[in-house]
Design a protein around this ligand. Structure first.
Ligand code: IPE
Ligand code: IPE
Ligand code: MG
Length: 244
């Protein structure tokens, strides 16, 4: 099936998809490989999945790559994850691919706990892709939903925003996701059924989809299955039937 045929095949599409890219470690262990080999394979899988979502007409993809709780992993694994991100961002072919696909990179989460090298690599790619008009690939790295809300409250207090001026729209302006629509669909690979601190505020009415497939194996057919499942959902946002 061509991308065009697939698009026509799925009638209701999300605008923004979030992915909890889980199962890298188990993927590696099932093959007798070290966990970091799983993280590498996971990183390599991202362009193919981003491309597949874009081919289906999805505009925003937010991928959870490292949580504020993932610092509690053994030091070697944490260092390895940092290194994989730094290497990927610094590869000339990575930037070329983003440009060729017209993708814009964004980051959500804390930057202050990353090394200066990694921060530089991130800001370089953000700057260089900021004018691309295709898929927005939003990478959640050192991201946690609770931390995001706390830093928003702190910033509002520091700026002395009067309490009566704080409403949903005000708060949204202090979240890392400023300017992005809420995710319509959140996919979790690796079979667990939890959010693990991902987009807590933004996911209030997201549709949730989980698959046992480990992240490095999540391919175009899995993308198609997830979108198909989404198109069957009936979203009501607390009301009765939403027409259409
Ligand atoms: C997800 O894979 C990637 C990160 C959390 C960094 P995991 O490393 O959690 O893989 P499993 O869940 O142990 O298989
Ligand atoms: C969630 O996966 C975080 C990322 C995918 C980056 P975890 O593997 O850290 O989640 P838990 O510990 O199983 O909840
Ligand atoms: Mg995991």
């Amino acid at each position: 099936m061509t991308a065009e045929e697939k698009r026509n095949n799925i009638d209701k599409l999300p605008t923004h998809v979030g992915i909890i890219m889980d199962g890298n470690g188990r993927w590696a262990e099932s093959k007798g490989l070290p966990r970091l080999a799983g993280h590498r394979a996971g990183g390599d899988n991202l362009p193919r999945v981003a491309r597949a979502f874009w081919a289906h007409g999805i505009s925003y993809l937010t991928v959870y790559a490292f949580s504020t709780e993932n610092w509690s992993r053994p030091q070697l694994e944490v260092q390895g994850l940092m290194e994989i991100l730094r290497e990927t961002l610094s590869r000339p072919d990575f930037l070329e691919t983003l440009h060729k696909e017209n993708m814009r990179l964004r980051h959500i989460g804390r930057l202050d706990r990353l090394t200066a090298d990694l921060r530089k690599a991130i800001s370089n790619v953000l700057e260089r892709t900021k004018d691309n008009t295709g898929l927005t690939l939003n990478v959640a790295f050192d991201y946690g939903g609770r931390e995001e809300l706390l830093q928003a409250y702190q910033a509002m207090m520091q700026e002395r925003i009067p309490p009566e001026a704080v409403n949903e729209e005000t708060l949204r302006r202090y979240l890392y996701t400023i300017g992005l629509p809420d995710p319509d669909l959140i996919i979790r690979t690796g079979g667990e059924e939890r959010l693990s601190n991902f987009l807590l505020w933004q996911s209030a009415y997201s549709e949730y989809y989980t698959t046992p497939c480990y992240w490095p194996d999540f391919d175009e057919a899995e993308v198609q299955k997830a979108l198909q499942a989404y198109s069957q959902r009936q979203r009501r946002f607390g009301g009765l039937r939403v027409p259409g």
